[in-house]
Ligand binder design. Structure first.
Ligand code: GDP
Ligand code: GDP
Length: 458
């Protein structure tokens, strides 16, 4: 996975050799237009040496019939896009044609935005042509790097210059594996949060210890859970003050409310939203779920008191259902409908009273945690977006549609995807949800919220 800030874009007039240079830099010999990811055929991207993303903007705005005016507009769009999307821009010019008016326009734009630019004079196929590149320093972007994309001349030097401009690749933070997964229980009064908490703490697979330094009324506990497969999963349970003695208190103080809720949320990686199986999803449950979503935390829905449903079923099977499993399935379906705005979270059916499936909370939290740090491969992401657009076009807004040139993940926790698009306001909520759901499905991000960062043309 590549840091999205490590993006290099090729700009320049048609026919200066951008696509040749693109192939040369990513080490491909043949034209790669068709097997390359890119949301539209407009944009071609590749990951180079597992170090940076290279973009060829040359297709943006290009049509079959191009008038000089259309070419100029397209070139301008290409530079605009590159300025927004890339950290380093390779401005390619053609030594055979010298400086053209279009080159001057592009140079002017690049200078104005103060981007890191490498000026590249292409088609310098031999030593004699070197001197012809001198005139390009007039563009005000320094001396040109002279290359021949066709024959490979000057490519090593250019690669070094790109590396130098990008700087060293940041090391992925190590040791994340050993980090504790911060979890918390959230839900309306009486759904069984403290019962679940206490039941968990009783597990003989757990070693529980107080977290030193946490205050009396905001106690955190470290849980080391020995998974049946031998691995030890490490958790930190947030805000458990009162958990152990709660049942002794006459009028239960609602400790997961207001400020406390916020506090617990902020200190969590994964939030268990507990609902009461008998009561089903209430408005308040939906509101709490919305709050969790807003904070960007991952979410697991825990349907507690399932023992009561089992008991009821044993007394008298519920009409219209073949068996309890069938009932559970339909229960889950309607729950998902009522929580449609959530990122397809895992749903667990448990009973704090009998202990049924209580430990599955921890196992689920661990798998959700793993997805939180997922880095979506840029190529696969763009392929997906492209096929989603092909399968269903966005609605017409006036005479135009929402269009994405390129997508890249730019953040984690919550997972954030930046879309470089034509007009931000053309994305309607329905289409947004369609994209979101498909991304969650494709990358199995169940329970992890996905944020979109739309960067349009201004
Ligand atoms: P783009 O429109 O900027 O992507 O340009 P292309 O990569 O399609 O190249 C345009 C034309 O220039 C093609 O016919 C290439 O073969 C030719 N070309 C590209 N690079 C070089 C080079 O280094 N030397 C020579 N002599 N021709 C080149
Ligand atoms: P909290 O306010 O969300 O912390 O809820 P409590 O843990 O205090 O539980 C509220 C009530 O529900 C108590 O009377 C519990 O005994 C009961 N309760 C909790 N979990 C279960 C369960 O799984 N099954 C049944 N039958 N009752 C439960």
């Amino acid at each position: 996975m590549i840091d999205p800030s490590r993006t290099v874009a090729l700009v320049g007039r048609p026919n200066v050799g951008k696509s040749r240079l693109f192939n040369r830099l990513c080490g491909r010999r043949l034209s790669i237009v068709h097997d390359m990811p890119g949301v539209t055929r407009d944009l071609i991207s590749a990951e180079v040496r597992d170090d940076y993303v290279l973009l060829d903007t040359g297709g943006i705005g290009m049509e079959l019939e191009m008038t000089p005016k259309k070419i100029a507009t397209a070139a301008e769009d290409q530079v605009d896009f590159a300025i927004r999307a890339a950290s380093v821009i390779l401005f390619v010019v053609d030594v055979r044609s010298g400086i053209t008016a279009l080159d001057e326009m592009v140079a002017e734009k690049l200078r104005r935005y103060g981007k890191q630019v490498l000026l590249v004079a292409n088609k310098v196929d031999n030593q004699e042509e070197e001197a012809d590149a001198d005139e390009f320093s007039r563009l005000g972007l320094g001396d040109a790097y002279t290359v021949s994309a066709e024959h490979g001349r000057g490519i090593t030097v250019l690669n070094e210059a790109i590396d130098e401009m990008l700087g060293p690749k940041p090391e992925g933070s190590s040791g994340d594996k050993d980090k504790r997964i911060r979890i918390s229980l959230l839900g309306r009064p009486n759904v069984g949060k403290s019962s679940i908490g206490n039941r968990l703490l009783d597990s003989n697979r757990l070693i529980v210890s107080d977290v030193p330094g946490t205050t009396r009324d905001s106690i955190e506990l470290d849980l080391d859970y020995k998974h049946p497969d031998g691995e030890t999963l490490k958790f930190r349970l947030a805000d458990t003050a009162g958990l152990r003695m709660k049942r002794k208190v006459d009028s239960p103080v609602e400790y997961f409310s207001g400020v406390r809720t916020q506090h617990a949320l902020e200190r969590s990686d994964v939030v268990f939203l507990v609902i009461d199986a008998v009561e089903g999803v209430t408005k308040q449950d939906q509101a709490l779920a919305g709050e969790v979503l807003d904070t960007g935390r991952a979410l697991v829905i825990v349907v507690n008191k399932w023992d009561l449903i089992i008991q009821r079923w044993e007394e008298e099977p519920i009409e219209g259902y073949k068996n309890l499993k069938h009932f559970l399935k339909s229960y889950e379906d309607s729950l998902r409908k009522e929580m449609f705005f959530l990122p397809d979270p895992p749903v667990l059916f448990v009973s704090a009273m009998t202990g049924f499936k209580i430990e599955s909370l921890l196992e689920t939290a661990a798998s959700v945690q793993a997805t939180l740090d997922l880095k979506l491969p840029t190529g696969r992401l763009n392929n997906l977006i492209q096929s989603l657009f092909e399968a269903r076009s966005p609605k017409l807004v006036g005479t135009k549609r929402f269009k994405v040139f390129y997508a890249v993940q730019v953040g984690s926790r919550p997972l954030k995807i930046r879309f470089y698009c034509n007009r931000v306001e053309r994305l309607d909520p329905g289409y947004r949800r369609y994209l979101e759901k498909a991304i969650i499905h494709e990358f199995r991000l169940s329970g992890c919220p996905v944020r979109f960062d739309l960067v349009g043309k201004d």
